[in-house]
Design a protein around this ligand. Structure first.
Ligand SMILES: [Zn+2]
Length: 153
């Protein structure tokens, strides 16, 4: 099946949703989503984006890993010890807007960072989470879709 046909089928299943899943969230969250969903002016989003400020060194963060493409930082509101975020150094609002090479670079770091966190925490498991879009719980619209949450033994 041609990929365009698959996409049409997927869209036909997803678009009739009603009411909007974003209605479950606060107005500030949905307004952020609509601002970030607007095509074009990503420059203002980059200036306001907390992850972009961290990448530029304008906001503090505890860095676990850094290379030319991505950065791994500890979450400031951790779900569990070692909860960290892998973010691209360039601003992409969502996973669909992120080039596959960047997604691959982010995902390729998960095993080594996950192992390091597990070793540091003395745990043997972690979750890899992706909150992509307001209805999925994304609150910072700079793709941070690799969250590594270490779980206690
Ligand atoms: Zn950003």
């Amino acid at each position: 099946m041609e990929s365009r046909s698959r996409l049409s089928i997927i869209c036909s299943h997803l678009l009739p949703q009603s009411p909007s899943p974003t209605s479950r969230f606060s107005s500030s969250l949905t307004s952020s989503a609509s601002i970030n969903d607007a095509a074009g002016d990503t420059r203002n989003h980059q200036l306001d984006c907390v992850f972009c400020r961290i990448v530029r060194g304008e906001s503090p963060a505890f860095k676990l890993y850094e290379d030319e493409t991505c950065l791994c930082i500890l979450d400031t509101s951790p779900v569990s010890p070692g909860h960290s975020l892998i973010i691209p150094k360039s601003h992409f609002s969502c996973l669909e807007a992120t080039p596959p090479s960047v997604v691959a670079a982010m995902c390729s770091k998960v095993p080594s960072i996950g192992n390091a966190i597990m070793k540091a925490n003395g745990s043997d498991s972690f979750n890899l989470l992706v909150n992509n879009g307001a209805a999925a719980g994304q609150v910072i619209f700079h793709v941070s879709n690799s969250k590594v949450v270490s779980m206690e033994k």
